[in-house]
Design a protein around this ligand. Structure first.
Ligand code: MSK
Length: 632
């Protein structure tokens, strides 16, 4: 496989070459060994749901049905629904753990405080919980109880949905019959609905998929983000760096990877506290960096540097400079143990549902968070002593990157232009055409695409055309690495209208330069922040969400979570670009409903396009049409 098919990132290229020299297998080697991939699986027409199977449908003839009689449409729709439910389950489980943490923090049973009272009050207000006379612990307890109640049966839908979304969306979803009752019931129901001999109607299955998008956001993304803000603080703008060049030759390098910030926040704290032990071991200190979304969480709140995105996880270890990588859940390649075994790197798993043969497991518990985090940092310091200098090669590539753009931070920055009406300057500039529209670019890397090769040109093209880009997940790392998330990136890449606005906001906030043209809004769960931002814009303009000149994109989607997030974006009424189709092309009905018909129901639809230039043109056309619809 040629290098140009693996990545566009220079640091990654250097480490892929080093992997070759060090005889270390990477994700691209395994991808190549899988070729050609199964055509039935690609089309989604393989069914393994009952033991008569596996059955597969021939899209060009016979067999046209499974042994039970299920058609390609049924099989594809069932498979898709299971994938989206799985994506939703990850976020719901993450959020549920976060609520448990909040509950224990309220009882002062764990070494975490309630850092953000303003956010706590904002959430309490939304949930209709009286604040008067309650300290932050009492109020947190009540808020946690209200959150737990969403997991119990008995309501038409979850409070975290009905009290948080624009009324217009609520009505659309109610009419479609896709309001979820409670997340656990709905996920259980999907498993029942998709088992052999229950639902054979592809349209009914697709409506259940749309419902899962709502479960994903309102029992997962939004719940998780809000609780994490309450406990750890709502992010504010922070400057850091991105790419493998953030690793330091003379320091103990500890990399956090996964999705949940409860462990990684403690690792940050203990890495700082144990600097002297690192120095005693011969290093000049501890260098922390992050991968994927745990990386984003500590970048957003603590300014921890980004080592890279999904496809860089093995490459970080291949530098030979990572002394310890500590992981929690999601997006962690099992191969990390094999790669770590080729170097001195200690790989540590920490979650009871996320163990990897060959890794050392530390059973991280909230109650013993300080002891566990200190132990892990000390394991890194010990591993540093075993580092093999001859194997160390850190690419020099890195770029300045800004993070921390929560909705509160964006509104705060805009309030320096208009304290009474902070959204007005943004909306005025959208109306004037200086800001042509806004696009949320989110999601993963996927070895089917050269790393970052769709993400970067798409974002560049949009920014050049005065579109404000907001990002989360692995897209953030990709765009940070090329300098699109720095003030300099605004001067270099932003169209003139957008640049003028970014300069005005930057100067009003005393930054001495423009805001970055791409705003980092956080991790995958923080896609809820993008939902909050567009809901606020729709409310300000008093229009439905689908009327806004905005779009969503997951150019290099990989995980089932990207499918559940994308489904929610379509539920919200957004044009949702994806760089490749999920495994649905074996069903003409599913493909048509998801890319055409659903627009008549929610206002949103999926749009599939691997070419970033063509995708940018289509998104710009879409924004133009929405602007015309608003008469601007
Ligand atoms: S980490 S889900 S590869 S964005 Fe959230 Fe990156 Fe996708 Fe994982």
């Amino acid at each position: 496989m040629e290098m140009s098919k693996k990545t566009i990132d220079e640091a990654s290229k250097k480490m892929i070459e080093k992997a070759c020299r060090d005889c270390v297998e990477t994700v691209w080697d395994r991808y190549e060994k899988q070729q050609p991939q199964c055509g039935f699986g690609e089309l989604g027409v393989c069914c393994r749901i009952c033991l008569s199977g596996p059955c597969r449908i021939n899209p060009f003839g016979e067999p046209s049905k499974g042994i039970c009689g299920a058609t390609a449409d049924t099989i594809v729709a069932r498979n898709l629904l299971r994938s989206v439910a799985c994506g939703a389950a990850t976020h719901v489980d993450h959020a549920f753990e976060a609520v448990e943490m909040l509950d224990m923090a309220a009882d002062k049973k764990i070494p975490y405080d309630i850092k953000d009272e303003a956010k706590l009050h904002a959430v309490a207000d939304k949930l209709g919980i009286a604040k008067e006379g309650k300290d932050k612990y009492e109020l947190s307890k009540e808020v946690a109880r209200a959150m737990f109640a969403d997991f119990a049966p008995g309501k038409e839908t979850m409070d975290y949905l009905s009290k948080m979304v624009p009324q217009e969306r609520l009505e659309v979803w109610r009419k479609l019959g896709i309001l979820p009752r409670d997340p656990d019931l709905e996920i259980r129901r999907v498993m029942h609905q998709t088992t052999m001999g229950v639902d054979a109607d592809p349209v009914n299955l697709l409506l259940a998929t749309a419902k899962m998008g709502l479960v994903d956001c309102y029992s997962g993304l939004k719940l998780g983000t809000d609780v994490q803000d309450i406990v750890f603080g709502t992010p504010t703008p922070v400057k850091t760096e991105a790419n493998l060049g953030v690793l330091k030759k003379d320091k103990v390098n500890i990399v956090v990877h996964g999705h949940v910030p409860f462990l990684s926040e403690k690792i940050v704290e203990w890495a700082r506290k144990l600097e002297s032990e690192a120095i005693a071991a011969g290093a000049t200190g501890v260098q922390l960096s992050g991968l994927c979304c745990t990386g984003n969480e500590v970048l957003m709140r603590q300014g921890v540097a980004s080592a890279g995105n999904y496809l860089s996880q093995e490459l970080a270890i291949i530098t030979g400079a990572v002394d310890l990588m500590v992981v929690d859940v999601q997006c962690i390649m099992p191969s990390l143990a094999q790669v770590a075994a080729c170097y001195h790197t200690k790989l540590v798993t920490t979650h009871e549902i996320g163990k990897i043969p060959g890794a050392e497991h530390v059973d991280f518990r909230a109650e013993s968070a300080d002891e566990d985090a200190a132990k892990i940092v000390r394991m890194g310091i010990e591993a540093y002593k075993q580092r093999q200098a001859a194997k160390v090669e850190i690419p020099s590539d890195k770029a300045e990157m800004w993070g921390g753009f929560s909705v509160e931070a964006i509104v705060g920055a805009l309030s320096k232009l208009d304290a009474d009406n902070p959204l007005k300057p943004l909306v005025d500039n959208i109306v004037a055409g200086n800001v042509y529209g806004a696009v949320g670019i989110v999601g993963c890397n996927n070895p089917r695409f050269p790393q970052d090769s769709v993400i970067v040109p798409l974002a560049m093209e949009l920014v050049k055309n005065n579109v404000l880009v907001v990002v989360t997940g692995c897209v953030a790392h990709a765009l940070g690495k090329v300098g699109l998330m720095s003030p300099e990136g605004a001067e270099k890449y932003a169209g003139p209208g957008l640049l003028a606005v970014l300069r005005a906001v930057g100067e009003a906030n005393g930054l001495g330069g423009p805001l970055p043209p791409v705003l980092h809004m956080g991790s995958c769960v923080d896609n809820a922040r993008i939902g909050d931002l567009i809901s606020a814009l729709a409310a300000y303009l008093n229009v439905p969400v689908p009327a806004l000149p905005v779009a969503a994109s997951a150019p290099e989607l990989n995980h089932e979570k990207a499918l559940s997030i994308g489904t929610w974006a379509v539920d919200m009424g957004l044009l949702t670009h994806i760089g490749m189709p999920p495994n649905i092309l074996g069903s003409p009905v599913c493909a048509k409903v998801l890319t055409e018909d659903i627009e008549g129901l929610t206002g949103g639809k999926f749009y599939v396009e691997p070419d970033p230039q063509i995708a940018a043109e289509k998104i710009l056309e879409h924004i133009k049409a929405k602007r015309e619809g608003l008469g601007i």
